[in-house]
Unconditional design. Structure first.
Length: 324
């Protein structure tokens, strides 16, 4: 009876959202009429090639533990997935999810009881039915980084970091963060680099800039990031080419960025203005939709995005938008 009541309540809440808004502030993410009752979503949703959406809840809001959820389009249930015990992480907590370049499910995983508390991790497909369980495999440690991306096929990736007031971007290999080569034109660098990893090392680190959201374009030899000089709230897209050792300003002005995704020669960017599509060729920008959204998740074919929308009233909900 309790399960039916919860599903009925979630369905009524979804209907209310379609008409006006749902006032239940304790509801979770609405997906096909169901709720993630353990808490609000943490980070972006992930849209995998099998057509399944994945999301993680934010523990503590309703007293639940960190957990992974999946939902299949057209099915009303949202299924919790448990993490298998990991010897490298006593209590793995998914800070955010992302689709790995090879198409699998990845995460930035916090391990608060470890010496290097933040890792990139790969989450295996769930097995079993009561409850489904996923093994979590450790990828490189982020070494003070808050965000990153990794390719298992290439054996390398990228991380953004903030260490002792120094913010920067660095390549990753299986041993962790590596030295960033000098980039040209150096005048385009809008952030400071950590003295221990920059080439040449700076004399000081004023930390006026900020950088985040690395996305492969399309391989790990070239990434697109959002960065700000710190002098204004304006962020722009930059292309960093590790092979050519060059940095290029793309454009696309964003305030309060939440994330980006790259498909072909375009980037989908989410910020205070809503969702925009930016050409990586000339920086021209097209508004996709306005509203309050989390980071975008590309569909497997790269033609649509899925986003968690936070309406002015009511619970967060999953929406999809077709790219122009």
């Amino acid at each position: 009876m309790a399960v039916r009541a919860r599903l009925l309540g979630a369905t009524l809440c979804l209907l209310a959202l379609l008409v006006s808004a749902c006032d239940d502030e304790t509801a979770g993410l609405l997906v096909d009429g169901a709720t993630a009752e353990a808490g609000y979503p943490a980070g972006p949703v992930v849209w995998l090639p099998d057509g399944v959406y994945y999301l993680a809840n934010e523990p503590g809001r309703l007293g639940g533990a960190a957990q992974l959820y999946r939902t299949i389009p057209g099915h009303p249930e949202q299924e919790p997935i448990h993490f298998a015990n990991a010897s490298w992480c006593q209590e793995p907590y998914p800070r955010s999810l992302r689709r790995l370049p090879e198409g699998g499910l990845g995460a930035v995983m916090d391990c608060p009881y470890e010496n290097k508390p933040t890792y990139l991790a790969a989450i295996d497909p769930p097995t079993g039915v009561d409850p489904p369980t996923s093994a979590v495999r450790r990828l490189p440690a982020l070494d003070g980084g808050a965000d990153g991306i990794w390719s298992e096929a290439e054996g390398r990736g990228w991380t953004t970091y903030d260490v002792d007031g120094c913010t920067g971007l660095a390549p990753l290999d299986r041993k962790g963060r590596q030295r960033m080569p000098a980039l040209e034109p150096a005048a385009l660098l809008p952030w400071d680099l950590d003295a221990a990893f920059a080439t040449p090392p700076p004399e000081s680190c004023a930390a006026t800039g900020a950088i985040g959201f690395p996305a492969p374009a399309p391989t790990m030899s070239k990434v697109v990031v959002l960065a700000s000089s710190g002098e204004t709230s304006d962020w722009q897209l930059y292309e960093v080419d590790l092979t050519a050792k060059r940095i290029r300003l793309v454009g696309g002005h964003v305030t309060a960025p939440r994330g980006l995704a790259v498909t072909g020669d375009r980037a989908v960017v989410v910020g205070d203005q809503g969702v925009a599509v930016v050409s990586l060729t000339d920086g021209s920008t097209t508004s996709l939709t306005t509203g309050n959204f989390d980071a975008p998740a590309l569909s497997p074919d790269g033609r649509s995005v899925a986003l968690v929308e936070h309406p002015g009233r009511g619970a967060p909900r999953l929406v999809t938008r077709r790219l122009p």
